[in-house]
Write a protein that binds this ligand. Structure first.
Ligand SMILES: [Zn+2]
Length: 232
């Protein structure tokens, strides 16, 4: 009888050990499953965050109050609202040029070096652009640079495009130069003060630095695109 009892005890022990093992394995499996569902929740959250971020246009620099007075001191007739509208249109033309493979900018828009760069960039983009539906949101002035002879104003332009149903928000920097013609490099330095003959090199210079006589610029200054870059 003691032999039978021993066998029964051993079987019971065996089942006990097996039960503990199975329970342990089940616990581990459920722990892993929970962990996995937490990870997948996290991935969902990240996707949701991305989708929200992608629906919101990139924020633009907010320095109008600082930059516009700087520009107006040098160019009293400067019209920022007009330039904001222009920056939006130029941003739009830039993106459409990349899509079509043909630059839509002319000598009215930009300096010679920009026009040449744009033709190359558009030609190259024709085979590599993988996005569609570009849309420009808005523009804001971000910088004024006065290097004496040359003055630049830069606008940030926010835009979006789509890749395989996803929307991406980005920014361009459109930099304008004050010049009399697209060939600003050649025309600068050529003017002389009609009174004393001193060179008048500074664009927008109102008074001769040497004799102090009031100067008239030979041609009205306009703002030409100097460069457009993707800030992303
Ligand atoms: Zn002079």
């Amino acid at each position: 009888m003691s032999g039978t009892l021993r066998i029964i005890i051993m079987i019971a022990l065996g089942f006990g050990i097996l039960g503990v093992l199975i329970y342990g394995i089940m616990r581990i499996l459920s722990f892993v499953a929970q962990g996995y569902s937490k990870v997948s929740d996290l991935v969902d959250d990240i996707r949701k965050g991305d989708a929200e971020a992608q629906a919101t246009p990139r924020s633009l620099s907010n320095v109008d109050r600082i930059v516009i007075p700087q520009i107006l001191r040098r160019f009293p007739e400067y019209d920022n609202e007009l330039m904001v509208r222009r920056a939006v249109m130029d941003g739009d033309s830039y993106l459409k040029s990349l899509l079509s493979g043909v630059s839509s900018f002319t000598e009215k828009d930009g300096v010679r070096s920009f026009l040449e760069m744009m033709e190359e960039t558009a030609e190259k983009a024709k085979n590599t652009v993988n996005w569609t539906d570009p849309r420009v949101h808005s523009a804001a002035v971000s910088k004024f640079e006065d290097n004496g002879d040359l003055c630049y104003v830069t606008y940030q332009v926010s835009y979006q495009y789509s890749v395989e149903g996803y929307t991406y928000q980005r920014k361009l920097a459109v930099k304008y130069i004050a010049a009399e013609s697209p060939d600003y490099e050649k025309k600068i330095q050529v003017y002389k003060c009609p009174n004393c003959g001193a060179p008048v090199s500074q664009i927008g210079q109102k008074v001769c630095r040497y004799c102090g006589i009031a100067l008239k610029t030979a041609a009205p200054l306009s703002w030409f695109i100097f460069d457009i870059t993707d800030m992303s």
